[in-house]
Design a protein around this ligand. Structure first.
Ligand code: 5GP
Ligand code: ZN
Length: 113
């Protein structure tokens, strides 16, 4: 998608702090961190949100989770972390390219589940 912020970040057209990059997945630090470690993992393929995951594109999602585990280890999150994907208006999604927030580096406290 030509007008998508995270497509542009994945393509290197908008700068970001890269933590992992391969042909399918990109991981980078969130610009407004909500924990000592807060990074985002995205498929390079544009998928709008969790609601748009299907049998045709779910391999990209699986690859994102492989990268979540790898980068979490790289970032020293051996005590654990939280993975969040906000979906749609009620979920509070602001960037409409599927992304997984990974938060850690301290006890995260407030759980809603
Ligand atoms: P959402 O609210 O859609 O779940 O998450 C979007 C996330 O993207 C937010 O945590 C926000 O801080 C982050 N974000 C928005 N714009 C940029 C940007 O230009 N660069 C980076 N690195 N993160 C961004
Ligand atoms: Zn996109």
């Amino acid at each position: 998608m030509s007008d998508c912020l995270f497509c542009k970040i994945a393509a290197g057209e908008i700068p970001s702090t890269c933590l992992y990059d391969d042909e399918n997945v990109y991981a980078f630090r969130d610009i407004n961190p909500q924990a000592p470690v807060h990074f985002l993992v995205i498929p390079k393929q544009h998928i709008d949100s969790v609601a748009a995951v299907s049998a045709e594109n779910s391999a990209a999602v699986a690859r994102c989770f492989e990268v979540i585990a790898k980068v979490a280890e790289q970032e020293g999150l051996e005590n654990g972390y939280r993975v969040i994907s906000n979906c749609g208006a009620d979920g509070g999604q602001t960037v409409h390219h599927l992304h997984f927030h990974v938060l850690g580096g301290k006890p995260l406290g407030e759980k809603i589940l």
